[in-house]
Design a protein around this ligand. Structure first.
Ligand code: SDX
Length: 383
């Protein structure tokens, strides 16, 4: 018997560059800084589309006709209503808890109110995706108001997703420009190939779990500071640094201590994330309109200093670097930045869930065992 024929399996840490699905939802060229949803460049979608149209595109793979889009928008507006007990549940959650935890719990709970989640029934599939995309912003805004002792503001069916979210947070209709800025930010965050939370969604989907479970699991994965949670950390860092002249010593100390600079680096992009370019431009437009934010100058200097030291290694700003500056200027609380990411990304999760269901095979990778064998069990009295 030969023991030389079977090659030893090789461990790929973080599954870097390992394809785990075949997908037509989105595409990235990390060297050229290209991102496309269903073949459409992100720059075109940011300039010409809307978040709601982008959701349709992600779910169905093509742009909607006027009639399809009007019907979709109407259904989204209808699906924003929450059951009274859902609002009671949000009120009962600890106000000091993180809104991402509230969101994860409440998407899961939302599934308990739905009887239409048979994954083999096409109508249920459409209903569940619509419900999740429509209700996620409502859950975030409702938790934010209730945790601070304010009244729940019911959704306004005449507003689109972005405008309604800002309205539900404040109780006042947002101006069109602010709503459009948030709408573009939602377009930018809706989908991004096999990132950690989308992969989590596909793994859970592969077990034939229902879409609410898929999305709440993915939202859990998005929470971490190496992923969606970075946007919140970026603003904290910029505030801590305080002024552009303090950036260089801060970067020196951070890199010397082998610390990560939040909002920089990406597994796929080796150039500046195209979404960061668009968000930076949005931030500038917001400042022209609403007045500048000193923190922006700190961000620009931080980018310059990090690029000087790490640019040659392909470490540039990612999507999380400028998003917080934009959200803060829109009056959104820092701990809602990652939930705002989630409001948008659930569209991508749903698109991947539907794709996973076609020819599904449960994820069950292998491992390289590093423990012992046939160990002797010693009775507890003798240990
Ligand atoms: C998102 O995957 C997606 O698409 C995610 C996302 C999406 O839309 O879904 O784009 C959203 O999650 C954006 C990323 C947000 N996270 C951060 O901003 C946290 C800071 N960034 C890093 O931790 C890191 O760059 C990651 C997590 C984004 C990528 O991690 P990798 O690919 O595993 O790279 P790594 O951590 O192994 O770093 C490789 C090298 C290391 O140096 P060496 O050990 O080789 O000497 O690059 C260095 C790292 O120390 N490095 C950084 C750095 N990022 C990488 N050094 C300082 N600061 C950083 N930010």
């Amino acid at each position: 018997m030969s023991d030389t024929l079977v090659p030893a399996p090789k461990l790929v840490a973080g599954l870097a560059d390992v394809p785990v699905v075949a997908s037509s939802v989105s595409y990235i060229d990390g060297n050229k800084g290209i991102l496309e949803y269903r073949g459409f460049p992100i720059e075109t979608l940011a300039a010409r589309s809307t978040f709601e149209e982008t959701c349709w595109l992600l779910l169905y793979g093509k742009l909607p006709t006027r009639a399809e889009f009007d019907g979709f928008k109407k259904r989204l507006a209808e699906q924003r209503e929450l059951p009274a007990r859902m609002i009671d549940m949000l009120r009962a959650l600890p106000g000091a808890g993180h809104p991402m935890h509230a969101l994860q719990a409440s998407i899961s709970a939302l599934g308990m109110f739905s009887r239409k989640k048979d994954i083999h029934n096409p109508d249920d599939v459409q209903d569940a995706c619509l419900r999740i995309i429509a209700a996620t912003p409502v859950l975030v805004a409702a938790f934010d108001r209730l945790r601070s002792g304010k009244d729940y503001v019911a959704p306004d069916p005449t507003l689109d997703t972005a405008a309604n979210f800002l309205y539900m947070l404040t109780g006042a209709k947002p101006d069109d420009f602010a709503a459009r800025v948030l709408d573009v930010a939602l377009v930018l965050h809706a989908e991004h190939t096999m990132n950690a939370s989308t992969f989590a969604a596909r793994v859970v989907a592969s077990t034939e779990a229902d879409p609410y479970t898929v999305c709440s699991s993915a939202v859990g994965a998005l929470t971490g500071p190496l992923h969606g949670g970075a946007n919140e950390r970026v603003l904290e860092v910029l505030k801590d640094i305080g002024s552009p002249d303090k950036v260089e010593p801060w970067v020196e100390a951070q890199l010397k201590a082998k610390g990560k600079v939040m909002g920089f680096g990406h597994r796929v992009y080796k150039v500046k994330d195209p979404r960061a370019l668009i968000l930076q431009d949005l931030a500038k437009k917001l400042f022209e309109r609403l007045g500048s934010t000193p923190i922006y100058d700190v961000a620009v200097e931080l980018e310059r200093q990090v690029e000087k030291r790490l640019g040659q290694r392909g470490i540039y700003p990612n999507v999380d670097f400028f998003s917080g500056i934009v959200y803060a200027k829109l009056g959104i609380a820092t701990d809602l930045f990652t939930p705002v990411f989630a409001i948008s990304r659930v569209a991508g999760y749903c698109a991947h869930w539907m794709e996973q269901m076609v020819g599904n095979k449960i994820f069950r990778p292998d491992q390289i065992y590093t423990g012992g064998h046939q160990r002797e069990y010693v009775d507890i009295s003798l240990r």
